[in-house]
Design a protein around this ligand. Structure first.
Ligand code: FNR
Length: 383
């Protein structure tokens, strides 16, 4: 069907499962081990409900917000995902063009299948792109550089010169994970030629995973800071203690001092879309925990989440709990695989409409008016 005749993000997922190559579907959809976290990311959203207000006169309104001071037309962004060309020949460039059309931030994976130049050239004007590092700078886009620290510094300079607006430092890939569907597909399918081969590889994830670093520590945040003037987003924080450590490192490191902004650094909750540690918590539950136990942290850093967001109501729930914005990964890959740029745009259009509808129906017209008391666990609120 035409993209315009798909109405839910799940519709794209359904069609992607039908039309993507077996390898692409397995890589995109796969999650770790028993996939408990993958399903929990989604299920957890369904345990929170709104507490709508009435007669609020929500005729005028806006979805505009900012993420670490960068303007965004909606409180969401495209999470960094590897290998968009497995789904469509134009790959990440389709995501860049759709992001431009809708005025949202795109995070560029260090395992992108287009070159950095292709992606940055596809930008419209000063369109905000952020660059994600999975490790101490051993990554696919860097294959032609030496894998040492000076090369790492060069890569950071390169993305800064290309015009990236922030460095996203992914920290929830401390070790390998077994991506179940991916390894199963590999057992019966061959690797596409664009992907580096490993003789006994376990699937796409393991084939591109050779660039990961296994010994990341808090010191690496300082290393990044020394080699870039861009803001840093830590991606994959999964408990309050680590949010506090992010704040501590920001304050004591260089981030507040070198950037002169109130809110940097910014930290995100993520569990890599259920692809790394199975039985790690759903991001929306971690967010609720922070909201309940440490509401002061929202004043100190921009907190965002990703994982399992599939509709506008999910976005609004996270925002009401205090998230600055949310990220989506698979939905954009699926839509890119089924309809290319048009599909990615349609996903953004659907989200825009759903977020607007949800906000207005609970009595809110602007993002900054969403409040914690508007959302909570299902069931009676009096305990
Ligand atoms: C990812 N993710 C990811 N994250 C990252 O920091 N660097 C990367 O290269 C990738 N690659 C990647 C590939 C694929 C196929 C998926 C599905 C995910 C994780 C991604 O940024 C994000 O955290 C999750 O996708 C969010 O979960 P949902 O929205 O897919 O449920």
């Amino acid at each position: 069907p035409e993209a315009d005749n798909l109405f839910l993000l799940e519709d794209f997922e359904h069609w992607a499962s039908q039309v993507l190559s077996k390898t692409a579907w397995a890589y995109y959809r796969s999650a770790a081990d028993e996939e408990r976290t993958f399903h929990e990311n989604r299920d957890a959203f369904r345990r929170y409900f709104f507490r709508p207000r009435i007669l609020c006169g929500a005729a005028e309104g806006s979805l505009e917000t900012s993420i670490i001071g960068i303007q965004s037309s909606m409180p969401l962004f495209i999470s960094p995902t590897a290998m968009a060309r497995l789904g469509h020949p134009l790959g990440e460039v389709n995501l860049t063009r759709a992001a431009s059309q809708y005025g949202v931030v795109q995070m560029i994976s260090s395992n992108s299948s287009c070159t950095l130049e292709e992606i940055f050239d596809a930008r419209e004007g000063d369109q905000p792109l952020m660059f994600q590092l999975a490790s101490k700078f051993k990554c696919r886009v860097q294959l032609y550089l030496n894998r040492d620290r000076s090369a790492s510094a060069a890569l950071l300079k390169k993305v800064e010169n290309l015009g990236a607006k922030a460095i996203v430092f992914t920290v929830d890939m401390a070790w390998d994970s077994k991506r179940t569907l991916d390894v199963r597909a590999k057992a019966g399918a061959s690797m596409p030629s664009t992907i580096p081969h490993k003789k006994n590889g376990g699937g796409v994830a393991q084939a591109i995973g050779g660039y990961q670093d296994r010994n990341l520590t808090w010191k690496d945040i300082s290393f990044i800071r020394r080699h870039t003037s861009l803001p840093i987003i830590v991606k994959g924080v999964q408990c309050i203690e680590d949010v506090q450590l992010c704040v501590d490192h920001g304050v004591e490191g260089v981030i507040l001092a070198s950037h002169n902004t109130k809110s940097a650094p910014l930290s995100r909750f993520s569990n890599h879309g259920g692809r790394q540690a199975d039985y790690s918590p759903a991001p929306i539950d971690v967010l609720y925990e922070v909201r309940t136990l440490r509401p002061d942290l929202f004043e100190k850093i921009d907190i965002m989440i990703d994982g399992g967001i599939r509709c506008g109501a999910d976005v609004v729930k996270a925002l009401a709990m205090g998230a600055k914005a949310v990220g989506l990964g698979r939905p954009f890959l699926y839509a890119n695989g089924t309809h290319g740029e048009e599909g990615v745009s349609r996903v953004l259009e659907i989200l825009q409409e759903e977020i607007t509808n949800t906000m207005r129906n609970i009595g809110v017209s602007r993002v900054e008016d969403l409040k914690p008391e508007m959302v909570g666990p299902a069931g009676p609120w009096i305990t």
